[in-house]
Structures are given as C-alpha cells and as structure tokens.
Design a protein around this ligand. Sequence first.
Ligand code: FAD
Ligand code: NAD
Length: 473
Amino acid sequence: MPATAYDVLIIGSGPGGYIAAVRCGQLGLKTALIEKYPTLGGTCLNVGCIPSKAVLESTELYHKATEQFAAHGIDADNLRADLPRLMARKDQVVKKVCDGVVYLMKKNKVDVIHGTASFVDATTVQVAPAAGGSEEGQQLTAKNIIIATGSKPSSLPFITLDKERVITSTEALALRELPQHLIIVGGGVIGLELGSVYARLGSKVSVVEYTDAIIPTMDRTLGKELLRSLKKQGLEFYLSHKVTAVTREGATVKLTASPAAGGADLQLAGDYCLVSVGRRPFTDGLNLAAAGVELDEKGRVKVDEDLQTTVPGIWAIGDVVRGAMLAHKASDEGVFVAERIAGQKPHLNYLLIPGVVYTWPEVAGVGYTEEQLQELGRAYKAGSFPYSASGRAVAGSDTEGLVKVLTDAQTDEILGVHMIGPRIADIIAEAVGVMHFRAAAEDVGMMSHAHPTYAEAFKEACLNAAGIGALNM
Ligand code: FAD
Ligand code: NAD
C-alpha cells in the first residue's frame, strides 16, 4: 500500500501536538496527529495539569469547609471527603477535556491516527497499531514532521518505582485509599501540589528536598512564603536532605536521607512514597537515528531558534525540547512551528512564559527573578504589597502572601513579577500582558483596578516599585 502523504505529521497529542494540529488545520495544511494512547491530550489532559487541578479544587473546597466555614458563621458538621467519588469526578473532568480534543481535530480537519510512531527516514513514519486497537499499521510521509512526544517522570537510580507504594504523579492522581503517611521526594511543583491534596484530606505529608528551598527555581521570596503557609497547613519539610534510599517492606515504605549539615541520617516510614524529582524528555521507540535527528546532552531533541531539529523539515516542541516543562509553553511552541511551516514569521518570548503553582496560596512568576537580576549585575528596584493590606483579602480571610515587582532602576520598565496569594494564578496574566507591551511600573500605577479585588495588590506593588508609594499601605 503506498504511504499516505501529508503536509504535516505530528507525533504526540499533548498540548504541544494537538494545538500545533489545530493551527496547522486553520492554516490549510493537510495534517495528521499520531497518538499511541487511546485518548488524546497527552500528559497534561490525562495525568497532569487537568486531573491535578480537579483534585486540587475538590480538596480546596473540603479544606475551606473544614477549616474556614466556622469563622464565616457557617456550621457544617460531619463533613467527610469520599476519595473514590472525588477521583470519579476527576475522571469525568479528564474525559470531558479529552473528548474536547477529538472535537477540535474534527473541526480542523486533522486526521487522528492511533498507534506508536517511529521514523523510517527523514520524511517517512511507520505507525505500529496500538495494542488491542482496531487500526492497522501504516506508513505515512510528510514534508514536515513535528515531534511532540513529551516527557515521563524521572526517578533516582536506587529507587524502584513499583507504582503501588513507591509512585509517580500518575499513580498519586488515582489512589483509591487515603495515605496515612505520604512521603514525598522532591519539593518542586508536583510534590507541593499533590502533597497539598493529601494533606488537606488528612494524610500526614513529609517532603524531603535536596536543596535548601522549596520550588527552588522560582524567585526565592515565593518559596520562603509558601513554606510558611504549607507548614501551617500541617505539611512537614526536610530541606537540604539528600535521599539515599527508598525501600518497600509490605505496606511500609522507608526512606533514608542524609542532611547537608551532617549528623544522623533522616529515617522516615510511611505507607506511600511519591517520587517527584523532575521529568525526562521522552523519545523512546521513535528511532530518531533513522532520520538523523540528534539529542542534546540531557536527552532532549536538539533544536535551533526556530525549533527545527538537526534535520530540515523535522521540528520538535514541548517537554521533549529545552526550556520549561509547561503546557502553555508546549502550546505556544506548537503555534510557532505551525506558523513557521506555513511561511509566517512568528515570535516567541520565553521570558514572558509564566510559571504557576496551584497550592493555596497560589504562586506565580513571570520575567526575571531577583536572583537572576543579581547574577546579571543589572540595576533594579523592587516594590511589594502584602495581601494583609488588601481589603478584598481581609474580606475573604485570605491574607497570606504578597506581590513583588522588579523594575529597571533607570527606566522603570517591569522586569519581573512574583506573586503568592489568593487567585494569583489568574492575576499573573495581567503582569504578562503589561510586560508584553513593555510597561513601566508607573503605567500600571495609573491603570484603574476594580475595588475591592485581589488584582489591586499588583497595582499597589507597582506604585511602590515606581517610588510613588502604595496607596493602601
Ligand atoms: P505530553 O503532554 O507529554 O504529550 C506527549 C504525547 O506524545 C503523549 O500523549 C504520548 O503518549 C505521545 N507519544 C509519545 N511517543 C509517541 C510515539 N512514538 N507515537 C505516538 N505518540 C507518542 N503544566 C502546566 O503548564 N500547568 C500545570 O498545571 C501542569 N500540571 C502538571 C501536573 C502534573 C501531575 C504533571 C505530570 C505535569 C503537569 N504539567 C503542567 C506539565 C505539562 O503536563 C507538560 O508540560 C505538557 O503536558 C507537555 O506537553 P507536550 O505536548 O510536550 O507532551
Ligand atoms: P521539579 O523540577 O519542579 O521539582 C523537583 C524537585 O526535586 C526539585 O526541587 C529538586 O531540587 C528536587 N530533587 C531532585 N533530586 C532530589 C533528590 N535526590 N532528593 C530530594 N529532592 C530532589 O519537578 P516535578 O515537581 O517532578 O515536576 C516535573 C515537571 O512538571 C516540572 O518541570 C514542572 O514544570 C511540571 N509541572 C508543572 C506544574 C504547574 O505548572 N503547575 C505542575 C506539575 C508539574
């Protein structure tokens, strides 16, 4: 049978691949999307962003009801969280968003092919049928191929992930019983979001982190503030501890870690251990060598500024290439490559890709961190505003956190915005917007912000950074 020919073949249906497919369809390119799993949407929709936000939302409601309702004069006795029902709702949410991707592919006339793709040469891909699937294997050719195969959880060499008690985020998002004591290796985004979920439901949660801070890659102020809040919520932290062993004996998981300060090893015993020490780019089975596509020293597909690989006509986007492993970064790159293939001249500003942690308080940042500006030797000014001084936050009894704005010392241009507080996962969009247009802090200080809102804190921090002075502090 002759190979079917396309303008663009996309391997992987995560937020990188499926958004690239939508944009290719919109641009009139004959496009096929290949996915090895039965559902579309990749890590983000199936076992990442969406299910984690579903369970964070449920447990946040429960936490508010148990911890805060009384202060509002609401009595809610005998509250109980039913984990199987909470997980069933999460599964429905996942199904809904994954079905949405099927609809988007139809709407944009993208052919969806289920099976595992591997390169035959630089323009031909073999698709092996998915196990148990009805489709047959086939060869496809294309002028352009986009690799969007994403990432998988990484681990430590001495840890055996049995996926029952020593687990990754994927299993942690589908537990059927509440852990009594959940031990978490890694105080990054996954550890803190999923640690929050189980702590809110009543599990004892211990986080063991190698560095001296949680969320260490974000502006350091955020990690310090979040640490205080999460400790109040009952999570236990062991910073500056190097995990050296994780073993399982029946229903018990034991962890050993050595403190950087020296002294006796830390020994913990729990019933589950979540390993969340980062994710690795996933290229297994792609047979990249047949196409001549090269990897970098970290196993990521090597790309140039245009996201083209070492082979012209083969592109790569998302978690499988350099940069932050974030869904919106993958999608932005998907749009970029689609437009590049169509002959347009798209632009992508990596500095303005925000990062968000969906704990409570929420954490978000965009632009340079204070540590980066210091390293660059750039003269900057800082202004901040605490949520304890926000009328909206006081009305909502949600006063933890602050907004910090970093500006160029000479021009007042906003260089970085770092927030921790209520609802700031959405408020960071305003910072991205004004930074996109290279606003000065004074500009934001002149913009009207509805009162009372959590967003006013951003204006106040800008007034502070501009040297005008916050109005409510
Ligand atoms: P993926 O989403 O990993 O998709 C890759 C797809 O390629 C998969 O479906 C895979 O099956 C398929 N594939 C691989 N090889 C082949 C092959 N040979 N043939 C066919 N198909 C193949 N990011 C955020 O921005 N916000 C969040 O809130 C957030 N929360 C997260 C929570 C968790 C628990 C996790 C694990 C991640 C989270 N992320 C979040 C990160 C986000 O999920 C990833 O950055 C994003 O999914 C990357 O998209 P991608 O398209 O590059 O790859
Ligand atoms: P991460 O990189 O955010 O955090 C890993 C943490 O593990 C780091 O703090 C690191 O210092 C620590 N660590 C590494 N080795 C260790 C060791 N031996 N002992 C103890 N600690 C150790 O990785 P993650 O939390 O696994 O998340 C993976 C990716 O998924 C991230 O890149 C993140 O961007 C993405 N993600 C994003 C979101 C979001 O945007 N809200 C949510 C979840 C995941």
